[in-house]
Ligand binder design. Structure first.
Ligand code: ZN
Length: 165
């Protein structure tokens, strides 16, 4: 009864430490020094250090600035749990890149193929087998319907064949 507030304090402490670890992991994934990170956020290096150790509570405005500096949505700062350490936050940047560049499915396939070659990795055969065939018409990324063509191209080719007869 006398220490009713204690458990909440402890939870808050744990959340502060989780936030600090998350900020640090994201900063390191961007290969930013604490100095560079602090400058990006417009906060002092000592505050950045305290923040990463979970010893200071940032304001809402600072959190938004921190998220922007780390190039993630603010919600990303609070993603926590047992998977926190196992999950590399830098992987999210690949998805972000694909979205920003508006990569088509075929371009993503090519990008991943380059990645496998670049890092000397074996593509997963299962993943390769599951990949749908794409239309053979140059620049067309639609899935194949028949004869190596997507539905519109297949029907166009069929109409062309019929008019020849
Ligand atoms: Zn097509």
């Amino acid at each position: 009864m006398n220490d009713e507030g204690r458990p909440d304090d402890r939870v808050t402490q744990e959340q502060m430490h989780a936030l600090g670890r998350r900020v640090r992991a994201l900063r390191e994934s961007l290969r930013l020094t604490q100095d560079e990170f602090a400058r990006r956020c417009g906060i002092s290096v000592s505050f950045a250090s305290l923040l990463e150790r979970g010893e200071r509570s940032p304001s809402y405005e600072t959190l938004l600035t921190v998220a922007r500096a780390l190039e993630v949505p603010a919600a990303e700062l609070f993603r926590d749990g047992p998977s926190l350490d196992a999950q590399d936050p830098s992987h999210a940047r690949l998805l972000e890149f694909a979205r920003k560049a508006h990569l088509s499915r075929a371009q993503v396939d090519r990008f991943i193929a380059v990645g496998y070659a670049m890092f000397g990795l074996e593509p997963e055969h299962r993943a390769r087998a599951q990949r749908p065939q794409l239309c053979s018409v140059e620049g067309c990324d639609r899935p194949v319907l028949a004869r190596g063509l997507c539905a519109p191209h297949y029907h166009r080719a069929r109409r062309a064949r019929m008019s020849e007869d």
